[in-house]
Design a protein. Structure first.
Ligand SMILES: *Cc1c(COP(=O)(O)O)cnc(C)c1O
Length: 413
């Protein structure tokens, strides 16, 4: 569910008309709903509350400080993938003891910052990284808590660009090598084994690969405990999918069943790393029609948001519904909704059936809260969009639109 709906013939976010935000803040602008965000986190937290569980929001899905602060206040931990994300969590007063740190290429500086911050654990993705973390732990005199990210080799049945749990993937270590690496870590004085981790991919729409992965990591966890490793946390990753168009992902309750059943009786605090499911349909990208163009082959609607603002269609051939902010009755047209960027892949929507649009009309690109703003760039020297967080009837700018000065910061002619 979400809090974007038609009120009096105009699309609103909670109690605020999107057209009002466009007038006040301009376009393109990302708009997020506080009610949707808090509700989603609440649903996930409750689905697992029968077991000790820590929900760590995956910061990279949407990393605006206001959203992190909202989730921190609601008791979330955070799943980070860089020192930059660690700093974001720190800035909003997030509990650093509830932070897990993943990523195949952590630098020494990032490791030092995170050990000093006292994070819950590093999700280590290779033997060499484990050695580097050991050196950091020894040098600081603070043993670094770690989990190995194992690659359970299951096919997550998702887009190949966002599947991460196959044995050909760059993520994690093969499940067969994990136990040997934990044994090796016993001789490393800069480390302390705290957990086991996996994450099989994103936009999962089927519970079968989840069950399969849980069965495999559950076995490894039991083996490690039986061998005396002091593990306390099993991190099951994120990845639960959302509906962009016709997908039918499992609900949170079914997902919870798929995670919990294969792990029944396991003595571990679960760590979850949801990203997309918390934020995707809590955000839209608001954009304005610049021009229409009719060619013998196609009708184009050219808007002021491009692939630099929302990369998912160009990167993953992702579908986002595109809705008029003030829908008109009457004739419908099949149009390609395209951005201004000088790339043929800068298409926000292929062959969309939309009512007659005029210059200046507003469109909302739906379900854009996840991997929208956080993946944006200033390609084509386009200042990045503003972000607005709505709470009830109150809109708040939580990131101002980039200026031309921002755009060139740090450059020397
Ligand atoms: C990106 C990521 C997530 C979140 O994935 P979603 O599909 O957004 O839920 C969780 N864990 C890790 C390690 C990730 O890289």
């Amino acid at each position: 569910m979400n809090h974007f709906s038609l009120v009096g013939g105009a699309l609103h976010c909670e109690g605020v008309a999107l057209s009002r935000i466009a007038e006040d803040v301009g376009t393109p602008t990302y708009v997020y709903s506080t009610a949707t965000l808090t509700r989603h986190l609440d649903v996930v937290q409750h689905a697992f509350h029968a077991r000790p569980t820590l929900v760590c929001y995956s910061v990279k899905a949407c990393s605006n400080l206001a959203i992190l602060k909202l989730f921190a206040k609601q008791g979330a931990g955070f799943d980070i993938v860089s020192g930059g994300e660690l700093e974001r969590v720190r800035r909003v007063g997030g509990d650093l003891r509830k932070v897990v740190f993943a990523g195949v290429g952590k630098t020494e500086a990032e490791m030092i910052a995170a050990v000093r911050a006292g994070i819950l654990m590093f999700n280590v993705e290779s033997a060499e990284e484990l050695e580097a973390l050991d050196r950091v732990g020894r040098r600081l005199g603070i043993p670094a808590p770690f989990a190995l990210r194992v690659n359970p080799d299951v096919d997550a049945k998702t887009h190949r660009y966002i599947a991460t749990g196959l044995k050909t993937s760059k993520f994690g270590v093969p499940v067969e090598e994990a136990v040997a690496l934990y044994r090796k870590s016993k001789r490393m004085k800069g480390l302390v084994a705290r957990g086991l981790d996996c994450h099989i991919g994103s936009q999962l729409t089927d519970t079968r690969p989840v069950r399969e992965a849980m069965a495999r990591v559950g076995d490894v966890y039991r083996t490690l405990k039986a061998q005396g490793f002091p593990l306390t946390h099993l991190d099951v990753g994120g990845g639960l999918g959302v509906t962009y168009t016709t997908e039918t992902p499992p609900g949170v309750a079914d997902y919870a069943k798929a995670v919990l059943q294969p792990l029944s009786g396991l003595d571990a605090t679960l760590v979850l790393e949801p990203g997309r499911v918390l934020v995707a349909n809590a955000g839209v990208l608001l954009t304005r029609v610049l021009y229409r163009k009719v060619t013998p082959a196609k009708h184009f609607v050219i808007v002021d948001a491009g692939m630099n603002d929302l990369m998912r269609p160009a990167l993953y051939e992702a579908h986002h519904d595109i809705r008029p902010v003030v829908p008109r009755k009457g004739k419908k047209h099949t149009v390609d909704v395209v951005g201004p960027v000088c790339e043929s892949t800068d298409v926000l929507g292929h062959r969309r059936v939309l009512p007659t649009l005029k210059q200046g009309d507003l469109l909302a690109v739906m379900t854009a809260g996840a991997y929208g703003m956080s993946m944006s760039s200033s390609y084509n020297s386009r200042p990045r969009p503003a972000e607005v967080l709505v709470d009830g009837d109150r809109p708040r700018v939580v990131r101002t639109r980039e200026t031309l000065t921002d755009l060139m910061r740090g450059e020397t002619p």
